[in-house]
Ligand binder design. Structure first.
Ligand code: THU
Length: 137
């Protein structure tokens, strides 16, 4: 299960996005050390600040299922109705980078994709340098 399969899983997750306010649907697929994949999508709220990003939905789903060690995450995003390849890469927001750091650490592979054939990958350490994490406490 790797890059293209993980991106495919993120595309499937995006189909369930609840985004009536932004109309920007995001899907994520998180690969655990066990080999299991956990899907996540953004879930918005009339109280805008209560919205949850796709990446965090995936992390929380994984932890709830008993997985606490992560290898990679694939993320896709695009306006509702748009089909891949999307016009942009959906980079995780800062809150999601912090949440991913907690259990993914600097080596977590972050795959931002427009479709299965158009993607870029980064380590979380590249996306969140000098992070504050459990190792600091
Ligand atoms: N959003 C994600 O779900 N993932 C990201 O990486 C960036 C932004 C969502 C899209 C929209 O729902 C917004 O965050 C609302 O907080």
């Amino acid at each position: 299960m790797y890059r293209t399969e993980l991106i495919h899983e993120a595309l499937k997750a995006r189909e369930n996005a609840y985004c009536p306010y932004s109309h920007y649907a995001v899907g994520a697929a998180l690969l655990g050390k066990s080999g299991s994949v956990y899907r996540g999508c953004n879930v918005e709220n009339a109280s805008y600040g209560a919205a949850n990003c796709a990446e965090r939905t995936a992390v929380y789903s994984a932890v709830a299922a008993g997985e606490k060690k992560f290898v990679a995450i694939a993320i896709v995003g695009g306006l509702e109705g748009a089909q891949p390849p999307f016009s942009q890469f959906a980079f995780p927001c800062g809150v999601c980078r912090q949440v991913l750091w907690e259990l993914g650490g600097e080596k977590l592979l972050v795959i931002v994709a427009r479709d299965e054939d158009n993607y870029q990958e980064y380590t979380l350490g590249e996306l969140l340098p000098e992070a504050f994490g459990p190792e600091k406490l």
